[in-house]
Design a protein around this ligand. Structure first.
Ligand SMILES: Nc1ncnc2c1ncn2[C@@H]1O[C@H](COP(=O)(O)OP(=O)(O)OP(=O)(O)O)[C@@H](O)[C@H]1O
Ligand SMILES: [Mg+2]
Length: 505
């Protein structure tokens, strides 16, 4: 029989009048991968932070291997064998991998830190759990996927028996995700227990043993993964059937809205963006596919004014914006959903109403003369909150307290509703629940049909395929292929993304 590793009984957590956890009973067996699912704001991260000692529950108890525990802090939880990898990593970028991993628990020889022993221990731990990472590398130089491995190493160095992963794959490329799954399998084989929070049903089906579904702070369903289906999980989360395919008619492209000619970022023999040219028309969605690190980030930075290109020319609605900054791009007709919603997308210490207005406050009806029209601002915010299903008490709430997916909805709502001719959307559905994905996809298609030009960047090939009328494959800073939607499928894109055009064979 499987031992119960972790249990909670009647966990309640309130924030003012909002009940984020409303009597949660959880039971997790030793050595299993346990999915925690639920819509944005259902209470998943709140529960995880309670299990990691970062917040105390208002009611209820936690049992570890049958013993009741009360965590006074995260340090206390770590001492009890809990580990957590946060979505926003908590590493020191200027330090090396080993320094981060042993931080606070350094091996010593006499009074001095034993550097050699630390590096050896971290290296051995990495090898044992197949977390390929160089202990002496500087964290700031590492990719997101590798940094996540460092966080996992750090937890394992503190001998975590239960590892909490809150949306660990949201920031990973498909390749990095496969690597993480290998690590999870190794941990499981070592009888470690994993709590896995995700919105991605195929991941739940692929890697987990059982699922607990939360809805409005309560458990609605517990099931063994092998006995359930994605449709059943969706029903438990939302109480309805969600349409996972996107309904759309063929595009009817109009005039060119964005014209990119010979765009170059970087100097030298191999620029990151290498004399890249394409046109994006009104009424079409163009998707950019590519393995991360092939110039997509720099291309978008150059197109949004975050970075000055080193060559070429960019025209937006007939205006030359090659040298323009972000504000000038907005004025010329750019709406932008940035990949990083927490840092560049929102101001956490400002209200939802202010965030929903950000960048557009100088326009009517929000400004009258020099004054902001508070009533118009509030009404606008309430309308968007309702339409986009943002879970929030009211528009005056600071967005810093919103759940991850609800923060993303705020950014999407703002950028979709200002009728700019060009929308650049990076990872538009990252971190949002299935119901919200359905809604955001439908909105993007509706905006296209209203004549907007949309440039879509997504790490999810399925999302690129579902939405794009045309797909540009980027490889080493160039566009390797420009495919109409009908000519693309995952296999063909996969080969192109690896730089294989097919002519060679
Ligand atoms: N510190 C806080 N102050 C006020 N409200 C909070 C705070 N932390 C969380 N909440 C609220 O509690 C609810 C649950 O949030 P939580 O972050 O647990 O959701 P979640 O299930 O993780 O959602 P997501 O899928 O979007 O990450 C939300 O309505 C959120 O706004
Ligand atoms: Mg969350």
């Amino acid at each position: 029989m499987q031992m119960v590793e972790l249990e909670t009984a009647g966990i309640v957590k309130r924030f003012g009048t909002l009940v984020a956890n409303d009597g949660i009973d959880l039971s997790v067996a030793r050595g299993e991968v346990h999915a925690v699912m639920g819509e944005n704001g259902a209470g998943k991260s709140t529960l995880m932070s309670i299990l990691y000692g970062m917040q105390a529950p208002d009611e209820g108890s936690i049992l570890l291997r049958g013993q009741e525990v009360r965590f006074r802090s995260a340090v206390d939880a770590i001492d009890h064998g809990m580990g957590m990898v946060h979505q926003a990593f908590k590493l020191f970028n200027s330090l090396t991998v080993w320094e981060n991993v042993v931080y606070g628990r350094e091996p010593r020889r006499g009074p001095a830190l034993d550097r050699r022993a630390a590096i050896a221990q971290v290296g051995a731990l990495a090898e044992r759990f197949r977390l390929s990472v160089d202990p002496t590398a500087r964290v700031g130089d590492l990719s997101v996927g590798v940094r996540q491995r460092v966080e996992i190493l750090k937890a394992l160095y503190r001998d975590a028996r239960i590892l909490i992963l809150d949306e660990p794959t949201a920031v990973l490329t498909p390749q990095e995700r496969d690597g993480l799954f290998d690590v999870i399998r190794t941990l499981k084989a070592d009888q470690r227990t994993i709590l896995f929070v995700t919105h991605k049903l195929h991941e739940v089906m692929a890697i987990t043993d059982s699922v607990t579904v939360l809805r409005q702070g309560r458990v609605t369903e517990r099931m063994a993964t092998r006995d359930t289906t994605p449709a059943e999980i969706i029903r438990a989360m939302t109480g309805r059937v969600v349409n996972l395919t996107v309904d759309r008619k063929p595009a009817t492209p109009g005039a060119a809205v964005l014209d990119v000619q010979g765009l170059t970022v970087g100097t030298g023999a191999k620029p990151v963006v290498d004399k890249l040219s394409f046109r994006l028309h009104a009424g079409e969605i163009v998707g950019i596919a590519g393995v991360a690190g092939n110039g997509q980030t720099e291309l978008i930075e150059a197109l949004t004014g975050l970075r000055r290109p080193d060559g070429g020319r960019v025209t937006l609605s007939g205006r030359d914006v090659t040298e323009a900054d972000v504000e000038a791009h907005r004025a010329a007709g750019l709406a932008y959903v940035p990949e990083d919603r927490a840092v560049t997308g929102t101001a956490r210490a400002a209200s939802a109403a202010d965030n929903l207005l950000m960048g557009y406050q100088r326009k009517a009806p929000f400004t009258e003369g020099l004054r902001l029209n508070a009533k118009a601002v509030a009404e606008h915010a309430r309308r968007l909150i309702g339409r986009f299903g943002v879970k929030i008490a009211d528009e005056t709430v600071l967005v810093g307290t919103l759940s991850g997916g609800n923060l993303q909805k705020v950014v999407i709502a703002r950028e979709l509703t200002h009728q700019a001719p060009l929308l650049i959307a990076e990872q538009p559905t990252r971190g949002v629940d299935v119901g919200a994905i359905e809604f955001i996809h439908a909105e993007l298609v509706a905006e296209r049909d209203r004549g907007r030009a949309i440039l879509l960047v997504s790490a999810e090939l399925s999302e690129i395929l579902a939405l794009s009328d045309r797909i540009l494959v980027m490889y080493e800073g160039r566009i390797l292929a420009d495919l109409p939607a009908g000519a693309a499928d995952e296999d063909r894109l996969g080969l192109l993304m690896a730089g294989r055009t097919g002519q060679a064979a």
